[in-house]
Ligand binder design. Structure first.
Ligand code: ACO
Ligand code: LMR
Length: 609
């Protein structure tokens, strides 16, 4: 097997949908200045698709496959597998990967892989001349080239440990946690790491400390080797033999952890499955002594580990064996918006403002009133309109005024513009929304859309102190029909009972009907000219609405002005008349009416005009 496992072009297949680890791998790629992601594909058993992930400042889509074979076949350049499968399926998935011709290295993250299975993995790797890192590992890192999973922690730590560009030190340990610590020690005491591998803490790792030490021995760019052993097992004694046999000629700084075990009763088990001395030979003290005797650089304690690393490094620099690697500025990793928001490190201006309702709470609230309270209060739809349209809890007569307006405008038969269009559209086979909208589109300055205009013009005239005569003259001069005056079929001799009802309601419930009284004076003059120039239902609603707001006493004159100017009252006709339009639409559908075509006797063909 070639000693180099990873290069700047290495790509991998990640087995298991571990999005955070994948993101950290691609962030490392960005730090190293890689132009292509080190993850070629994801295996997410049973699920095909894509995974969107940040790659530097941009995003890339990583293909996701439901099975390993599909991923490996589609991405032949990927020769590393980072296997996140749980201990239950880690063996089978790792064996499948190892036996695939494209794959050279398999990293098994899972803890709890049975020893028999772990030994099978190691034996298969040896037979196939491939590499297994793990089980029970965080993986490893090739500085400036490729990072396995979550090795080396955060982007900040990677840059601080100068892992984004290669140094001169090859490192191997059993412990993933201590590996990250040692990357930092190496960064502070040398020109940095060349490559670091954590073989995992199981009794039977897929590859051993010596395997990697011998790899580093064969890599010219590695000038010194640093290792961290552990109490238990005889692995470090094999390193002693290799030192004696001159298989390791590069300076090796090594420490075996677990020297504190002598303070515990015999046979204490440390964190890793393999970290238990079965005999005196396997104790940390014995192994450190043997390594020292064989020529390794062994500190007196872990406290001096960095000192020995530095002394060894300086000695190599002094004799010209190491030309310290230059420091390289790592690009600043763009802040992940969601993460930065979560940490409160950035803030984002909102693009919408909403002051009327909140559905994000446990219970929907209208103007901070829980919906259950809205219902229990008996405020009705008039009250809800008060809250959501006018941001006020209206008095009972105000709520009833709005409900009365809705009831009075709900319908006025099939002949009017809106109903006609809705019916024709429904009979053309259109859906109910399209049929409704077709009807609503006829609402405007002449039909149903004069409520705002009436409120605005009559209030303007009244506030300006115009007499009814002056008002009428003023509008005539503008050439503008007075909004709220006139009707196609209603007149003084055929009064609109809706207006009669509304007037009676206002007189009964409002403290004053100042503007309505003014409007009725206007009506006396207009109907004197033509019987159909009555105060129509639009006019009556718009004008009485102004009287209603004044009567509550909870709206200032400016607020009333603002509401009237905003033009929200035609909405009352839209909401009310929608009820009737739906009625006509359902009526036509119930009657299964055919498509409507205007009869010829309704049309004057005057093409010679
Ligand atoms: N103000 C002043 N003069 C008017 C008005 C008015 N609002 N409406 C009609 N007139 C006059 C016209 O200027 C015309 O005068 P002329 O004969 O001297 O030329 C005469 O009355 C007839 O006008 P028409 O438009 O033919 O009358 P019509 O009966 O068709 O108009 C309509 C009815 C469309 C409602 C009209 O009165 C109008 O536009 N009113 C203002 C808008 C309005 O309030 N619409 C709401 C109606 S209610 C509802 O839709 C629910
Ligand atoms: C309506 O409410 O639709 C009517 O006032 C209009 C009309 O022409 O009847």
């Amino acid at each position: 097997m070639k000693p180099e496992l990873f290069t700047k072009d290495t790509t991998s297949i990640v087995y298991g949908y571990h999005v955070n680890a994948i993101q950290r791998m691609l962030d490392f790629d960005y730090a190293c200045g890689r132009k292509t992601p080190s993850v070629a594909a994801i295996v997410n058993p049973g699920t095909d698709g894509v995974h969107k992930v940040f790659f530097g400042k941009g995003e890339v889509l990583l293909p996701m496959y439901g099975n390993f074979a599909a991923a490996a076949d589609k991405h032949p350049k990927a020769d590393v597998v980072v296997n996140f499968a749980s201990f239950r399926s880690a063996f089978d998935s790792s064996m499948e990967a190892l036996n695939h011709p494209n794959i050279r290295t398999v990293c098994v993250i899972a803890e709890g892989v049975p020893e028999r299975r772990a030994r099978q993995l190691a034996a298969t790797a040896k037979k196939l001349d491939k590499m297994v890192i793990g089980p029970a590992t965080v993986g490893g890192i090739k500085a400036g080239c490729f990072k396995i999973a979550n090795t080396a922690g955060t982007y900040e730590n990677i840059v601080e440990s100068r892992l984004h560009r290669p140094g001169s030190v090859g490192f191997v340990s059993k412990s993933g946690g201590l590996s990250n610590e040692c990357y930092n020690i190496i960064a502070r005491n040398t020109d940095g790491l060349y490559e670091g591998i954590a073989i995992g803490g199981d009794a039977y790792p897929g590859s051993t400390l010596l395997d990697h030490i011998l790899r580093y021995e064969a890599i010219p760019a590695v000038k010194m080797i640093v290792a961290l052993g552990e109490i238990g097992g005889t692995e470090e004694l094999r390193i002693v033999e290799a030192l004696k046999a001159k298989k390791i000629t590069k300076p090796l700084v090594i420490w075996v952890t677990g020297t504190c075990s002598k303070m515990f009763p015999a046979g204490v088990q440390f964190g890793h499955a393999g970290a238990k001395a079965g005999s005196d030979l396997e104790t940390a003290d014995a192994k450190n002594a043997a390594l020292k005797a064989a020529g390794a650089v062994v500190p007196d304690s872990f406290d001096d580990y960095g000192v020995k690393v530095n002394e060894t490094y300086q000695r190599l620099v002094k004799k010209g064996a190491i030309k310290p690697a230059a420091d390289v500025e790592a690009p600043a990793l763009p802040l992940d918006f969601a993460q930065a928001m979560k940490e409160g490190r950035i803030r984002k201006a909102t693009t919408f403002i909403n002051t009327i309702s909140n559905e994000k709470k446990e219970e929907l609230e209208y103007l901070n009133i829980p919906i259950s309270k809205v219902l229990d209060s008996g405020m009705g739809i008039g009250g809800v309109i008060g809250l959501l349209w006018f941001k006020r809890e209206l008095p009972d007569y105000g709520r009833k005024f709005l409900e009365t307006a809705l009831m009075l405008t709900a319908d006025h038969g099939p002949a009017v513009s809106g109903a006609h269009n809705a019916i024709v559209t429904a009979r053309a086979g259109k859906d109910i929304i399209s049929s409704l909208v077709s009807g609503l589109l006829t609402i405007g300055p002449r039909f149903g859309g004069a409520i705002d205009g009436a409120a605005q013009e009559f209030k303007r005239a009244y506030d300006a102190g115009l007499t009814p005569e002056q008002f009428i003259k003023d509008m005539k001069k503008k050439g503008t029909p007075i909004p709220g005056i006139g009707h196609r079929v209603k007149s003084v001799t055929n009064p609109d009972m809706r207006v009669t009802q509304m007037k009676a309601f206002c007189r009964k419930n409002f403290k004053k009907t100042t503007l309505l009284d003014y409007a009725l004076e206007v009506e006396k003059l207009t109907t004197a000219k033509k019987g159909n120039l009555i105060l129509n239902v639009d006019g009556c609603i718009g004008i009485s609405f102004v009287d209603m707001l004044s009567s509550t006493g909870s709206f200032t004159a400016q607020e009333i002005d603002d509401i009237v100017k905003m033009g929200c009252l035609n909405a009352l006709f839209v909401v009310g008349r929608s009820i009737g339009l739906f009625g006509h639409i359902f009526d036509q559908k119930r009657l299964k009416q055919p498509m409507y075509r205007t009869p010829y006797d309704e049309i004057a063909y005057m093409t010679d005009l």
